[in-house]
Design a protein around this ligand. Structure first.
Ligand SMILES: Nc1ncnc2c1ncn2[C@@H]1O[C@H](COP(=O)(O)OP(=O)(O)OP(=O)(O)O)[C@@H](O)[C@H]1O
Ligand SMILES: [Mg+2]
Length: 470
């Protein structure tokens, strides 16, 4: 690019020099010609005044030449028939051919004065001719001088022209070099900044440039680089989340599968001594397969919620009967953990998917029972505000540490792995809840104090506008 700018600069400059030189040359030539013609005409007029056309014309043209003191000047007297009456360069004018057809003579006869430039046959050199009708109107007085236009001045002009071309070229080479650098340097710097995208934590430093266009390019590139970096980070983050998800999911599936295989091997090797033991192994295998099915269902539910699948059917759901049904199904769990569940619910309707709402209540209430203390309490309240349905699930359980509060909504996150395993948790419940809440454009908050209890507050807008991303 630098080379291209440089070459074009020099090309344009050379063109400009040639063009301006030609125009200048033409103008100077014209000025010289006009000036010489003017001088010659003036000389002719003066000569005409002093001429006596009745006496010896040859002697008079010769004396004119002497007065001018120029050896190569030539004076000729021609009559109106074109016959040369006297010529300063030729002794006997009678030997000369008729001049009627000479360009300057024709023009002088037509308009009083005539001009011509051509090579003289007599003197064998380029000449300028000026012819003028005499005062008495009977003769044409002609003067000729050697004339080579600008060529005469070339010896003087060429060094001056060469010096000025040299200076102009040197200055323009310098300028074009600087200009080319001022254009290409920012581009190299911008490209250099872009390469930082490969770094882990790039810090972009785009400079301010002299040319506004460069700043526009730099700003746009910066914006592009930042958003590209953001997208790359997002892709990297999603890749990590996916990888973590797969390793967690396979781990969670591997555990029940290992135990199923263990029990099957025991059965195969005849380790079950009696029918009772056999039944016990069978029921353990069944429990593990139920766990696996539940886990896969949870994963599928999250994936459906993430993609906001079109097949989710929304109906008018009566909230209270639904929560009551969930609480009833969880009664055995509550009894087992010696936990009391209290329900306070206003009769409410919501346009939603029954299965999703059941999952939401079930997960929150199950957690409140599972992570409670014996003799603990769970209060479930469903209320209506102006534009929202407010669901509160409060317990008197073990609580959630401050640093875990944000993470509990992540897939497979358990505050205490051991405890979750004991109570049969995989860490997907709250992730499902969060996805459902997002699906209905709602919000979820958690307040908790260690060993005192936890309060989950879910707000769901009554007017449902579900955005489907398909
Ligand atoms: N009410 C609560 N009190 C105390 N800790 C809780 C409560 N709810 C959730 N947690 C903590 O948050 C973690 C994530 O909960 P989540 O419901 O997502 O998973 P889980 O209950 O372990 O498993 P899953 O719900 O998939 O069976 C739990 O492991 C638990 O440590
Ligand atoms: Mg749970």
């Amino acid at each position: 690019m630098k080379k291209a700018i440089f070459q074009r600069f020099i090309l344009i400059l050379s063109l400009a020099l040639v063009l301006s030189g030609s125009i200048f040359g033409a103008a100077i030539s014209k000025i010289i010609l006009d000036k010489t013609e003017g001088d010659m005409l003036y000389s002719l007029r003066i000569a005409d005044h002093g001429f006596d056309y009745e006496s010896d014309l040859k002697a008079q043209v010769d004396s004119l030449k002497e007065v001018k003191g120029n050896e190569v000047e030539r004076f000729t007297v021609i009559d109106l028939n074109g016959i040369v009456r006297a010529d300063s360069e030729v002794a006997d004018s009678a030997t000369m051919e008729n001049h009627k057809n000479r360009e300057e003579v024709i023009e002088a006869m037509e308009s009083g004065v005539g001009y011509a430039t051509r090579r003289s046959g007599t003197l064998n050199m380029p000449m300028l001719y000026v012819a003028s009708i005499s005062d008495n109107g009977k003769f044409i007085l002609r003067m000729a001088v050697p004339f080579s236009g600008l060529e005469e001045y070339l010896g003087l002009l060429i060094p001056a022209i060469l010096i000025s071309i040299g200076i102009t070229l040197a200055v323009s080479i310098l300028l074009s070099e600087r200009f080319a650098r001022s254009v290409t340097k920012p581009l190299h710097e911008i490209a250099g900044e872009l390469l930082k995208l490969k770094e882990k934590n790039p810090e972009f430093h785009f400079k301010k440039y002299k040319y506004e266009e460069m700043n526009v390019i730099a700003d746009t590139t910066l914006q592009m680089a930042l958003s590209l970096k953001e997208s790359m980070d997002q892709i990297e983050f999603e890749r990590m989340v996916r990888q973590e998800f797969f390793s967690n999911a396979s781990h969670e599936l591997k555990t029940p599968l290992t135990s199923v295989r263990g029990y099957l091997e025991l059965l195969e090797n005849g380790m079950a001594k009696d029918e009772k033991m056999k039944k016990d192994f069978m029921s353990r295998i069944k429990k593990e397969t139920v766990n696996m099915t539940n886990l896969i269902n949870d994963i599928l539910m999250i994936s459906r919620l993430e993609t906001k699948e079109a097949e989710v059917v929304l109906t008018e759901v009566r909230i209270c009967p639904l929560v009551k049904e969930v609480c009833a199904s969880l009664e055995p769990l509550a009894k087992e953990g010696k936990v009391t569940v209290n329900l306070s619910c206003r009769p409410l309707m919501m346009n939603a998917n029954t299965q999703q709402l059941r999952e939401l209540f079930s997960n929150l209430i199950t957690n409140a029972i599972k992570y409670n203390k014996p003799g603990g309490k769970v209060d479930v309240t469903v209320n209506s505000e102006a534009k929202e349905i407010v669901i509160i699930v409060e317990d008197t359980g073990v609580g959630i540490p401050e640093d875990a509060k944000l993470r509990i909504f992540e897939r497979f996150y358990c505050v205490d792995k051991g405890r979750s395993k004991k109570v049969g948790g995989t860490g997907l419940g709250l992730s499902i809840v969060k996805h459902i809440v997002n699906y209905y454009n709602g919000s979820i908050e958690v307040e908790s104090k260690l060993m005192e209890g936890t309060k989950f507050t879910v707000r769901l807008p009554k007017a449902q506008i579900i955005k489907k991303e398909i």
